[in-house]
Design a protein. Structure first.
Length: 346
């Protein structure tokens, strides 16, 4: 098994910089569409054999150094008692948003194996398939990000309903976040037991918060998850706060082994702030995959140069790869990261 990813997470010496890509198992790959055509998106998430198949595709096709479980951050919320629908143009929808005391009280904490066994079965299949290939990353959403979907009823432009609950009814908001946090801890512990070799917590929308609101309304729940996991496992934990540059003074203390960053901050700036306390992940602008090869190579070199002083560095895009990206360019990116980082190590 190629172990550079796990080594970089732990700050150990690597022969080259490892790379994986957020949303690497997805719509930019024709092979994904072949599998996806056999049912709905949720059907795919809930079918262990097919979910494992699409998880493996980028490992075999573009050569990434880690696989990430194919699923969706919203899957556990459905088992909390929140019906979930996916619409082609609207994205995820919760037809019964959680905005009242009665709705919060009705939420339950699902059992990882009993309620979400299809996710755990997917992990077990993948560990067998990946035994001589690369490590497997499991994941979850972060509590604030998950709460926005439940409160808003889906995606949002300004998170008005979420922020109104935070400001007008902080007690109700706290109760909701407590339940989501407990659900997430149980879910991630289940993934660890099933065989995940690293975990990433996605905080996709946390960048909409002011630093003071992050401190009060998001950070404590992330910290609780990480502390709970650290008590039962030593596998690497990654926290990715999208649009999170302004939150770095706080996130660097969350206890994660790796902090992921989007492209809105230079990794050299990150290294100055975190020193050797954590490894870092990121952060090529996703649309750089449309650059010609020479300019893409220059951008790869720039990111690698910026990350030189880090305890450990995992190359990634600053957010998910877009469906319009050319798989050949993604494969080229992996090749460039491997070649240039080897060259820089002399």
């Amino acid at each position: 098994m190629r172990t550079e990813f796990l080594k970089a997470c732990k700050g150990e010496k690597t022969d080259y910089t490892p790379i994986w890509i957020m949303r690497q198992a997805g719509r930019y790959l024709p092979e994904y569409h072949t599998v996806r055509s056999k049912g709905s998106f949720l059907d795919l998430c809930k079918n262990p054999e097919r979910a494992a198949e699409v998880t493996l595709q980028p490992v075999d096709i573009i050569g990434v150094d880690a696989a990430i479980l194919f699923s969706d951050i919203l899957v556990p919320l459905e088992k909390m008692g929140c019906p979930l629908e996916f619409h082609e143009k609207r994205g995820p929808v919760f037809p019964s948003p959680i905005r009242t005391q009665a709705a919060v009280d009705a939420l339950r904490i699902p059992d990882a194996e009993g309620d979400l066994g299809y996710v755990m079965d997917t992990i077990r299949i993948l560990r067998k398939e990946l035994v001589n290939k690369v490590p497997l990353i499991g994941f979850s959403g972060a509590p604030f990000t998950l709460a926005t979907y439940l409160i808003e009823g889906g995606s949002s432009k300004n998170y008005l309903l979420t922020k109104r609950m935070m400001y007008e009814n902080p007690a109700l908001y706290g109760q909701l976040l407590d339940k989501i946090t407990d659900c997430t801890i149980a879910y991630l512990k289940g993934q660890v037991a099933a065989g995940a070799q690293a975990l990433q917590i996605f905080d996709s929308w946390v960048g909409v918060l002011a630093p003071c609101d992050f401190r009060d309304f998001a950070y404590p729940y992330v910290k609780r998850i990480i502390d709970a996991l650290k008590a039962v496992t030593d596998i690497p934990l990654i926290y990715f706060a999208n649009h999170g540059a302004t939150l770095l003074p706080q996130t660097k203390h969350c206890g994660a082994d790796v902090l992921g960053f989007d492209w809105r901050i230079g990794l050299d700036d990150v290294v100055r702030q975190v020193g050797q306390t954590v490894s870092i992940q990121g952060n090529l602008e996703p649309l750089c995959l449309f650059l010609p090869e020479d300019k893409l190579a220059a951008r790869v070199r720039m990111v690698l140069e910026e990350a030189k002083g880090a305890r450990g560095h995992i190359f990634n895009l600053g957010h998910g790869i877009v469906p319009e990206a050319d798989p050949a360019k993604a494969k080229l990116l992996v090749k460039l990261v491997h070649e240039i980082s080897r060259e820089m190590r002399g």
